[in-house]
Design a protein around this ligand. Structure first.
Ligand SMILES: Cc1ncc(C[n+]2csc(CCOP(=O)(O)OP(=O)(O)O)c2C)c(N)n1
Ligand SMILES: [Mg+2]
Length: 621
């Protein structure tokens, strides 16, 4: 059969010749974005544009900079809040603000970060906060963008992390992407939201959003901005003064209550400190160590945050609670006394009940306690430490030393038992999870490192091998246990680590990455250095195990349980996925001996300021 003839269409002349392009400044400014193919061309034209702009202003064709658009003022407000970054997914309603950020604000503080999905923008902000201790912005379309982002907002809420969600909306000209009340979508899991209707209202709304978000318990907020306010010209008569931002002092327990708690702890035979998030900042970690060492008491940490050093001799597993006569639950509102020795007294200090909204996962049901204080744990610790110091006599100190020595012994035995367990399958192919944790640790231990993924990963081996001491050594868990959080949160944390020159290490599960793989591109685009090691068990292993146990309980075969749970046939080549998005990547690695040399090569790339991925194929358990 004869091949069909392919006709070349006649070239059409563009209406927009280069000559026309420079003819009027207004046309040039709008046309540049449409026509310019590369950044270099844009730079070359920029000088000519600038000259044309001032000529156009002189001739009355353009408005002078003094009468600026509302979005410039918004940038001033964001600058006053010291937002270092706004993670952004481009959308038409916020184009005026987008333009102000990159041109008027010179794309610095805040710098716009290009995200290829709104969930990346929010989770990235979540992870950034966990290292930096301050929020960044995440900007998206009010209806369709926020729907994509909603799980990320939910994770931030569950994890008590502030994220400043900025929504571009358009109410004057409703469309499928606008919404009458956009924040409604996430109102059940945000702390506060607002949609100012005038530019004057914008300023106090933007500050209030910041203030609410950063008052413990922290949480995400939504500021919805109508495009009309962004384009409206600032009138001299408008009072747009930006007020001073004064952070709220978090509530502390009253001194009388603190004295009672100190007495109970000092007089107890076996006090135990239990915590989820006592360390809201790095100061909380120092306080926890001080209090535990003063009392030489056990600390049971469920590591939602970096609350206590992992290798500290007083760090104990939950079995310590069986000896407790007094338990102090510090920001552990879900702790129930039935895991402690019967009759143990429970004291709870938590900000949980201070939050006005429901959060089933994080805040749980009623916590039965003998003493319950609605206050911020970290803010209360300094006075508690002082009161304990006053009450500890030298006799007590001696008794405490004996208690501490016994705990150190138990800690050591625990570690040794783990060491024996780690030896199983050490040389297996695919790799054992213990082996990966050990190999990664060997490569990073002499550096200034930060684990930017959940620290309970690799079947708990990370907690065993890594020596978590400093606050930034781990960012804790997700809060929501939602997959699709870890990859972009790691990216945000790595971004925050970048300016401190810290090595960011991401132990990345395969299932999680495939929810949101485009986060890899943002890392290479913005040159965010990080080492990602795939914990690639080619499946949803937590799910397969559950499915197997359901089948076993029903006396049925487990041989079909790979259906719907394994990510195999074809196996995903993560090195290729990453390379396709600009990463240095190696793998799949199945021989454990190959892992260390590959990690070294990847670290050499990370040291040059770029991301690198090693795909390690691992045992399923
Ligand atoms: C948003 C969301 N969807 C589904 C789940 C159910 N789920 C829990 S763990 C898991 C598997 C995750 O796979 P991976 O990240 O590879 O971790 P692995 O279980 O293999 O260690 C899934 C799908 C979830 N937690 N969150
Ligand atoms: Mg997996």
């Amino acid at each position: 059969m004869a091949e069909p003839e392919i006709k070349t269409p006649k070239e059409k002349k563009s209406d927009f010749s280069r000559r026309n392009f420079l003819k009027t400044a207004t046309a040039a400014v709008s046309g540049a974005a449409a026509l310019v193919a590369s950044g270099q061309t844009l730079v070359a034209q920029e000088g000519q544009l600038e000259a044309r702009r001032s000529a156009a202003v002189d001739q009355g064709e353009m408005t002078p900079a003094a009468s600026r658009p509302g979005s410039d003022h918004m940038v001033d407000v964001f600058k006053s809040l010291e937002l270092e970054y706004i993670a952004w997914n481009a959308h038409s309603f916020s184009m005026p603000l987008h333009e102000s950020v990159i041109n008027y604000g010179r794309n610095a503080k805040p710098e716009l970060l290009t995200c290829l999905h709104e969930e990346v923008a929010v989770a990235m902000s979540h992870g950034y906060f966990k290292i930096e201790g301050k929020p960044m912005g995440a900007c998206m379309y009010s209806s369709v963008g926020l729907q994509h982002a909603s799980m990320g907002v939910y994770s931030a809420w569950c994890d008590l992390a502030p994220v400043y969600v900025i929504l571009g909306n358009e109410t004057g000209n409703p469309s499928s992407r606008s919404a009458q009340d956009p924040a409604l979508l996430v109102r059940d899991f945000t702390k506060w939201d607002e949609q100012p209707v005038t530019l004057q209202q914008f300023t106090p709304s933007a500050l209030r959003a910041y203030s609410v978000m950063m008052t413990p318990p922290y949480g995400p907020v939504c500021l919805s901005i109508d495009g009309r306010l962004m384009s409206e010209m600032v009138d001299k008569g408008m009072n747009l003064r930006i007020p001073k931002l004064t952070p709220n002092i978090p509530p502390q327990a009253a001194l009388a209550a603190v004295r009672d708690i100190a007495k109970m702890l000092v007089d107890a035979e076996f006090p135990v400190l239990v915590t989820e998030r006592a360390a809201r900042t790095s100061a909380g970690l120092d306080y926890m160590v001080q209090l535990a060492e003063l009392l030489q008491c056990a600390v049971v940490d469920n590591i939602q945050r970096m609350n206590f050093p992992s290798n500290h001799p007083l760090n104990q597993d939950a079995s310590a609670l069986q000896n407790a006569d007094v338990v102090l639950a510090l920001e552990a509102p879900r702790f129930t006394r039935n895991t402690a020795k019967p009759g143990a007294k429970l004291i709870s200090i938590t900000e949980a009940d201070l939050s006005g909204r429901s959060n089933y996962w994080n805040f749980g049901r009623y916590q039965e306690a003998d003493m319950s204080i609605a206050a911020d744990g970290e803010a209360t610790l300094p006075s508690l430490i002082e009161e304990v110091k006053r009450l500890v006599t030298s006799d007590k100190k001696n008794a405490y030393q004996i208690r501490g020595a016994k705990l150190a012994d138990a800690h050591q035995k625990n570690r040794e038992a783990n060491q024996t367990a780690a030896a199983y399958g050490w040389n297996s192919s695919p790799l054992s999870t213990a082996r990966i944790a050990a190999e990664v640790w060997a490569q990073i231990k002499n550096r200034d490192w930060s684990l930017v993924s959940p620290s309970n990963s690799l079947n708990g081996w990370v907690q065993h091998y890594f020596d978590f001491k400093k606050y930034y050594h781990h960012i804790g868990q997700s809060g929501s246990v939602a997959v699709g959080y870890a990859a972009p949160a790691a990216l945000g944390a790595a971004l925050a680590n970048r300016k401190y020159g810290r090595l960011s290490v991401n132990l990345q599960t395969d299932g999680d990455l495939m929810y949101i793989p485009q986060s890899l591109w943002t890392a290479s685009h913005h040159k965010i250095p990080m080492l990602t090691v795939m914990f690639n068990n080619r499946g949803y292993i937590k799910e397969i195990m559950q499915l197997q146990s359901v089948a076993s309980r029903r006396n049925r075969s487990i041989s079909n349980c790979h259906i719907g749970t394994m990510i195999d046939n074809p196996a995903i080549d993560y090195a290729k996925v990453a390379q396709g998005m600009g990463w240095y990547a190696e793998g799949p690695i199945t021989d454990p001996k190959e892992l260390a040399p590959a990690l070294k090569r990847a670290l050499a790339v990370v040291d040059k300021g770029e991301p690198a991925l090693i795909d390690a194929v691992t045992q399923t358990i």
